[in-house]
Design a protein around this ligand. Structure first.
Ligand code: NAD
Length: 291
C-alpha cells in the first residue's frame, strides 16, 4: 500500500529550521520579520487558520502585526490599513484572510498589497512572475505541494500530472509550478466531460476541489502520486464531525504509490510556506539571499 507523505512532520522540521534562520538573522538585523494577517468578521474556520498562523509566527520569532476587524468594516478603511502596512518598515508580509464578507471587494484589496509584501503570492505581479518562470513570491498551498514532492524525491519531470480544480488560489498556480518542473500537465475542472478517462493517465494527481470522495480507487493509476488538497468537514457514520479531503483515502491508499493524508498532508505546508515567504521578503529587503 501507498507510502504516506507526512506533511505534518516535514512542516515541523522546516519550521524548526526557519526558527534557526530567524534567530541567526537577529544577530545582523535590528528587527524580526513581521507578518500582518488581516481578518474580517468571525468565520470560525478563518479564525482557526488565523490563530494557527499567529501561533506559528510566535514559535519562529516572527512578529505578528495583524488586525481583526468587525464584519461591517468598510472597503475604504481596509484600503487605508493596507496602505499603511505597505509603508510600515516592520512589516514584510501582508495577507488578507479569505473569504471576506460580501460587501467587500477582495480582489481590489489583494491588488493593493505591495507586491514585495504579498506573502500569499496572489497579487497579479507575483502570479505573472510565476507564469513567466521568474523569481517572486509563490502562493503558499501550491508551493507547499511542490515542497512535499521535493522532500520525497518525487521529480515531476516527464510525468503526466493531472490537476483537478482551476482556482486562482490552488489549481492554476499548482499547474504552472508542475509545468515549470517539466511535468506534462492536464487541468480538469467542473466542466470536464469524462473525469475518469483523464485521471486514469495521471502519474501525479492533485485534487483541489472541495468534494469528499470525488476521487475513488478505480480512477487511480497503480503507483500514482496522489496529492489531496481538499479540506471538507463531514459528519461520519458515528455522528462525529471530522475533516476529509477529496480522495477516498482508505481505498486509494491500496492502489497509489504515495498519498497525502487529510489532515496532516498539504495543510501544514501551507502555513509553512507563508512563513517562508515572510522570511524571504525580509531577507530580500536586507540584501541577504534565502531560498
Ligand atoms: P474553489 O471552490 O475555488 O475551486 C474548486 C474547483 O473545483 C473549481 O475550479 C471547479 O471547477 C472544480 N470542480 C468542482 N466540482 C468539480 C467536479 N465535480 N469535478 C472536477 N472539478 C470540479 O476551491 P479552492 O479554493 O480551489 O479550494 C479547493 C479545495 O482545497 C477546498 O476543499 C479547500 O478547502 C481546499 N484548500 C486547502 C488548502 C490547504 O492548505 N490544504 C488551501 C486552500 C484550499
Amino acid at each position: 500500500s501507498a507510502q504516506i507523505i507526512d506533511g505534518k512532520a516535514i512542516a515541523q522540521r522546516k519550521q524548526a529550521e526557519m526558527a534557526e534562520v530567524v534567530a541567526n538573522l537577529s544577530l545582523q538585523i535590528d528587527r524580526p520579520p513581521g507578518l500582518a494577517v488581516l481578518m474580517v468578521g468571525d468565520n470560525p474556520a478563518s479564525a482557526a487558520y488565523v490563530r494557527n498562523k499567529e501561533r506559528a509566527c510566535q514559535k519562529l520569532g516572527i512578529a505578528s502585526l495583524g488586525q481583526h476587524f468587525a464584519a461591517e468594516v468598510g472597503q475604504a478603511e481596509l484600503e487605508q490599513v493596507i496602505d499603511r502596512l505597505n509603508q510600515d518598515d516592520r512589516v514584510d508580509g501582508i495577507l488578507v484572510q479569505l473569504p471576506l464578507p460580501e460587501h467587500l471587494d477582495a480582489t481590489a484589496l489583494l491588488n493593493r498589497i505591495a507586491p514585495n509584501k504579498d506573502a500569499d503570492g496572489l497579487h497579479p505581479f507575483n502570479l505573472g512572475k510565476l507564469v513567466r518562470g521568474e523569481e517572486g513570491l509563490r502562493s503558499c498551498t501550491p508551493a507547499g505541494v511542490m515542497a512535499l514532492l521535493h522532500e520525497y524525491n518525487l521529480d515531476p519531470a516527464g510525468k503526466t500530472a493531472v490537476v483537478i480544480g482551476r482556482s486562482i488560489l490552488v489549481g492554476k498556480p499548482i499547474a504552472m509550478m508542475l509545468l515549470e518542473a517539466n511535468a506534462t500537465v492536464v487541468m480538469a475542472h467542473s466542466r470536464t466531460k469524462d473525469l475518469k478517462s483523464v485521471v486514469q493517465n495521471a502519474d501525479i494527481l492533485v485534487a483541489a476541489v472541495g468534494k469528499p470522495n470525488l476521487i475513488t480507487a478505480e480512477l487511480i493509476k497503480p503507483d500514482a502520486i496522489v496529492i489531496d488538497v481538499g479540506i471538507n468537514r463531514i459528519t461520519d457514520a458515528t455522528g462525529k464531525s471530522r475533516l476529509v479531503g477529496d480522495v477516498d483515502f482508505a481505498a486509494v491508499s491500496e492502489v497509489a504509490g504515495h498519498i497525502t493524508p487529510v489532515p496532516g498532508g498539504v495543510g501544514p505546508m501551507t502555513v509553512t510556506m507563508l512563513l517562508h515567504n515572510t522570511i524571504w521578503s525580509y531577507c530580500r529587503k536586507h540584501g541577504i539571499s534565502y531560498s
